[in-house]
Ligand binder design. Structure first.
Ligand SMILES: Nc1nc2c(ncn2[C@@H]2O[C@H](COP(=O)(O)OP(=O)(O)OP(=O)(O)O)[C@@H](O)[C@H]2O)c(=O)[nH]1
Length: 322
């Protein structure tokens, strides 16, 4: 993980705008505190992708919360290029502000696995090229690419996109985040197997589904007889429904759980947000995260001086006591 982050930091130095891709279904749990440290004061745009799978009414709340922290967030759905042009707009604005500093402006997409980085790169390419000015890649070597791994996506100002995304492993400070990250992705990287166990994921998902006032029709989507808050009962009913049975009629729990999780990941239970976004929960999240975040250089020096002072006081006290 440290090696990956170091590689990404080196690459990030060479670009002007970081497009950090997160998952709209877990707007808080997809924040990577390690990356927060790494990104420093670099220009960054937060892109909540897979917006089509999350409730539309979370967007305003999330954008406001990010704005409070001086961060700009947009919501995209790369399958229909939704809001992708806004990313290019942000790049264009920054590049135009200082043409001397940015004779060639470059963008890098980063994010955790399966969040839609490659889809976003392709969507940016499509959007940029469709604007008509950008040359198609490969057609004019040396014109379409600033260096071998950069694709030109805007002409005036010249904006380039790194064609390979930076990959970061999810930041998993606690088991609940592990469950949410695993529920939204097909990879369980960096997450302990027992936490990412499908029965644990499914149990939590069922709990969330039953908590939603409007979404108790998950059982209708699955075609089972009734809602239930017992995962074993759900497995029994669903296994019969989908024919996930072993020889002798025993239910195939693994296959059934996988089906249940896949149905959720495909968005068939409706739009879903796994993070609680009421004011109190958001505040608690950031308070907890800040405790984890490292100190800035300034804060670090202050803390060092405070520690030295404390040591001197203690030394003086101990001498008096002698
Ligand atoms: N519903 C929905 N699915 C999306 C969206 N963007 C990407 N996907 C899907 O998410 C999956 C992962 O997309 P990728 O673009 O491969 O994600 P990635 O971050 O590059 O993945 P890695 O290569 O694993 O790091 C694919 O099945 C995409 O079709 C989106 O906006 N909405």
């Amino acid at each position: 993980m440290a090696k990956g982050m170091k590689q990404m930091r080196d690459q990030m130095r060479t670009v002007d705008l970081i497009v950090e891709t997160r998952d709209a279904r877990i707007p808080l749990s997809s924040i990577n505190m390690e990356f927060e440290r790494l990104v420093g004061s670099k220009d960054r745009l937060i892109v909540y992708n897979k917006a089509d799978l999350a409730p539309a009414d979370i967007q305003h709340t999330v954008q406001e919360e990010m704005a409070k922290r001086s961060q700009r967030a947009i919501f995209t759905d790369t399958s229909i290029n939704k809001s992708v042009s806004q990313i290019l707009g942000v790049a264009k604005d920054i590049a135009q502000r200082d043409p001397v500093k940015y004779p060639q402006f470059s963008i890098m997409v980063v994010g955790m696995p399966n969040v839609g980085k490659s889809s976003l790169i392709n969507a940016l390419r499509r959007t940029g090229i469709n604007r008509g000015k950008a040359a198609s890649t490969g057609a004019k070597p040396g014109v379409t690419r600033a260096v071998s791994s950069k694709i030109r996506v805007l002409d005036k100002p010249a904006v380039y996109l790194l064609d390979t995304p930076g990959v970061m492993m999810p930041h998993i400070p606690d088991p609940m985040t592990a469950i949410k990250v695993a529920l939204t992705g097909k990879y369980f990287c960096g997450i302990k197997d027992n936490i990412a166990d499908e029965s644990v994921l499914a149990d939590y998902l069922l709990f969330r589904l039953n908590r939603l006032v409007d979404s108790n029709d998950y059982w209708q989507v699955l075609g089972i007889e009734r809602p239930t808050d017992d995962i074993n009962e759900l497995v029994d009913m669903l296994a019969r429904k989908i024919g996930a049975l072993r020889h002798g009629g025993e239910t195939d729990a693994d296959k059934t759980l996988q089906f249940f999780l896949r149905t959720f990941r495909q968005g068939r239970f409706g739009r879903f947000c796994l993070d609680d976004l009421d004011e109190q929960s958001v505040e608690a999240f950031f308070k907890h995260s800040l405790l984890e975040a490292p100190m800035s250089k300034n804060q670090g020096q202050k803390a060092k001086r405070a520690a030295q002072r404390q040591r001197s006081i203690e030394r003086a006290r101990s001498k008096n006591l002698l």
